[in-house]
Each structure stands twice: as structure tokens, then as C-alpha cells.
Design a protein around this ligand. Structure first.
Ligand code: ASP
Ligand code: MG
Length: 420
């Protein structure tokens, strides 16, 4: 049994959906769970709808209309005749309109999940019907019947025991009827039966959860890149395809911000030694990258760039030292504000952290820290992480940049820099 994940770009229009069907033709003898993301940039568009509900109703309706039109154009292209699929998608939009009507009843994050999750419901309904029309018998499963989480909205934490039981009782038996199952990435359900999401780009994680719970042989993530590259082509023109990487390296790369995989994806697969393959949906015959248990010697250097970084320097107001008690209250402030620390360094009298410039959280964070500490910060910085660095690669990334802070371990160097 294999788990396939098709991301937003792989179902961004009618041609892309047809391409998914043609990829599946190569796997007719396998049992497959297809996990699909919302089509194209639907999640971003639905985020605007949510924002509109809380701040500007008109705007919410406009944004929703665009999302509706986008999907019905795809539907009309895929299904020249109106049928059940149109009705099902229409009903999902009616529900969305209802939630826009009237004042929001739920707190922002909870409301967000109720609305944004519909993107995946729509894409999975369309894909399932399309595949059926093309002769692929398949069962559509609502991920909310199988993936159970706590109530940490927008970043649900999986309740593994319930999820394992639900997968066993509700998903596995469906393979008796058809060898293909279509379900949604990114979404789950709380014990109070509210829809929840697993964090942006969370569909990879769904694929890993389902692979873990079904003891799958392999996970295949289909992307618009040839596999895992040693740098984001957005920043680098001579990237190298990494043919095979270890779970450990994949976790490290995702942790430092490589956007190729959702950071939580690897752990469950590593625990059961299930290989993960990243393949191109444009060139499906190509091998792509396999992430598995193999331990490599040093890989080629991999680069991760984070722009729009802020370096915050925090020191006790009374010029005392930075000690455990200060650190624990500093970390507490970051945790409460929900701001992730990308890199940190301490000296006797100050503690520096590099963070994303989260406009929505920054002021609150600085005010809160300012109660007990002297706080200074620099904006417009970049954080460059090089895994498996050497002198030549460091020199290369530092060209035209001024070093603000550097941190090295045996395999990884992190540089906070400013463009000069
Ligand atoms: N549709 C969701 C997002 O764009 C989940 C995913 O694509 O993985 O974040
Ligand atoms: Mg996506």
C-alpha cells in the first residue's frame, strides 16, 4: 500500500487534474491512498475570506465569489455535463456562505479552520469524481472521520491512539471495495467534532500520519520540482538534486526552514522506517529523491535562506547577567506570543534571537519583553543556514553581505547577514 500526496500546484487547474489521473495509471496494481491539498492558491484565498468575516464582510463575499468561480471553471472543463459533482461542490459553497452570514460565533482560529478546510473538501470531491469518470473506482473518505486531534486550532496535535483506531476501523476496510481511496490533506477533527487544520502546508503531514497508521510501504509526494534540491531555485540558479537523503537530514533541512516538506512529516515515517519519495508530477518517470534510513557520508552543501528576519537583543535592565531565570522568562514570552526562534545566542549580559518579522505578533512580543528587559532590534536581515558547509560555500553566500552574527556546529552554519 502506498500513500500519494498531491499538493495544490498539482491540482491547480483542469489540465493538472487530468495529469493526476495519468500518473495514477502507472500504479494500477497498487492499493493507494491519495491525499490531496486545496487547488492552486485556494488556501490563501480562503484565508482572505476569514479575514473578511472578521473585518470586512463585503470583502469576504468578494473573495468567496472568486474562489467559487475558480472551482466552477475547473469543474466545467473537467465535466462538460452537469452532474452530482456540481451539486456536491455547490453545497460546500452554500455552507461557506452561511458561515459568512451573520457575525462570527467562534474565536478567530477556530472559525479559520471551519472555513479554510473547505478548500481540501472541494478539491478531493472534484478529484474523486473525476477519477471515477475516468474509470478509476475509488472511495472518497472524509479525513475528519479518521484524523483526530486536540483543540489547538490551526495547528492541531494528532491524537495518535484515536487516529490509529479510526484508520483501522474506517479506512482500511474500504480497500475491500476499491483499491483507491481519495481523502483530504491538512484537515482533521477535534473530540468536540469541530474541523481543525494541521498547520499551513500540512497535507504532507497528513500523508505521513496515514502511512504511519496503515503501515504503508511508501509515501510519494508529487511536486513541481524534480525532488529535494540543495537550495531553493528562487535564490540559487545552479541547484543540485539530492537523490537520497537520510530521515535525519530531511528533519534538519525542514527544521531550518527548507520549504520542501512540512517539518512534522518525517518523524512518523522514520519511526516506522517508511521511505518517502519526492517526485515531479511533470516528469513522473524520473526517480526524484528518496528519504529513508540510509546514513550518508557528508552530503553536498544545502542552503536555506530566510528573508525579512529580525535580530532581537535582550538584556536585563539592571545590567545583571543572563542566567537561567531570565532565559526561562524570555522563552515564556516567545512561547506565549507564538513566535518561533530561528536562531539564538547568548553572552554574559545579553541574549540574541533571530525571528521572522511577524507583523501580527511583533509589537506584542517587544512590549512584553520590554517589561523586564532592555530590548533592541535590527530589521531587514537574512538568515542563511548551510548544512554540510565548507569555507568555499560560506564565502559564496557571504558575497555582498555583511555578517551580523554567526553560529557553527560540526555540520551546520547559520549566518545572520545584511545586504550591503
Ligand atoms: N492547502 C494547505 C496549504 O496550502 C495545505 C497544503 O497544501 O499542504 O497550506
Ligand atoms: Mg499547498
Amino acid at each position: 500500500m502506498k500513500v500519494f500526496k498531491f499538493g495544490g500546484a498539482s491540482v491547480k487547474d483542469a489540465a493538472a487534474v487530468r495529469n493526476v489521473a495519468s500518473i495514477l495509471k502507472g500504479y494500477l496494481s497498487d492499493k493507494i491512498i491519495v491525499v490531496v491539498s486545496a487547488m492552486g492558491k485556494t488556501t490563501n484565498a480562503l484565508e482572505k475570506v476569514v479575514d473578511g468575516i472578521f473585518h470586512d464582510k463585503e470583502h469576504a463575499l468578494d473573495s468567496l465569489e472568486q474562489v467559487r468561480k475558480f472551482h466552477f471553471d475547473i469543474l466545467d472543463d473537467l465535466f462538460p455535463e452537469k452532474g452530482k459533482v456540481h451539486e456536491e461542490v455547490h453545497n460546500l459553497f452554500v455552507e461557506l456562505e452561511w458561515s459568512i452570514d451573520g457575525d462570527p460565533e467562534l474565536p478567530y482560529d477556530q472559525e479559520y479552520d471551519q472555513i479554510v478546510s473547505v478548500g481540501e473538501l472541494i478539491s478531493s470531491v472534484i478529484l474523486s469524481h473525476y477519477l471515477r469518470a475516468e474509470g478509476f473506482t475509488n472511495t472518497w473518505i472524509d479525513a475528519r472521520d479518521i484524523i483526530r486531534t486536540d483543540d489547538h486550532y490551526r495547528e492541531g496535535n494528532v491524537d495518535w491512539n484515536s487516529t490509529k483506531d479510526l484508520v483501522k476501523s474506517k479506512l482500511i476496510p474500504e480497500f475491500d471495495k476499491a483499491s483507491l481511496i481519495v481523502t483530504q490533506g491538512f484537515i482533521g477533527v477535534t473530540s468536540e467534532n469541530y474541523t481543525i487544520t494541521l498547520g499551513r502546508e500540512g497535507s504532507d503531514y497528513t500523508a505521513a500520519i496515514l502511512a504511519y497508521c496503515t503501515d504503508a510501504d511508501e509515501v510519494l509526494i508529487w511536486k513541481d520540482v524534480p525532488g529535494v534540491l540543495n537550495a531553493d531555485p528562487k535564490w540559487f540558479n545552479d541547484t543540485i538534486l539530492l537523490k537520497q537523503i537520510s530521515y535525519h537530514d530531511a528533519i534538519e533541512l525542514a527544521f531550518y526552514g527548507a520549504t520542501i516538506l512540512h517539518p512534522k512529516t518525517i518523524k512518523p515515517l522514520q519511526n516506522k522506517k517508511i521511505p518517502l519519495r519526492v517526485k515531479s508530477f511533470i516528469d513522473p518517470e524520473k526517480e526524484g529523491t528518496v528519504i529513508n534510513d540510509f546514513e550518508n557520508s557528508r552530503l553536498v552543501p544545502s542552503f536555506i535562506f530566510k528573508v525579512d528576519q529580525v535580530l532581537v537583543s535582550i538584556s536585563p535592565k539592571d545590567l545583571s547577567f543572563i542566567v537561567e531565570e531570565n532565559l526561562s522568562s524570555i522563552f515564556d514570552v516567545f512561547a506565549k506570543a507564538g513566535v518561533r526562534i530561528n536562531m539564538m545566542q547568548n553572552s554574559a549580559v545579553s541574549f540574541s534571537v533571530c525571528i521572522d518579522n511577524r507583523k501580527d505578533r511583533f509589537e506584542e512580543l517587544i512590549n512584553e519583553l520590554g517589561k523586564d528587559f532592555k530590548v533592541k532590534y535590527n530589521t531587514d536581515l537574512e538568515l542563511i543556514t548551510v548544512r554540510y558547509y565548507d569555507d568555499a560555500t560560506v564565502k559564496r553566500v557571504m558575497t555582498g553581505k555583511e555578517m551580523i552574527l554567526e553560529q557553527k556546529s560540526r555540520n551546520t552554519i547559520q549566518l545572520v547577514v545584511r545586504n550591503t
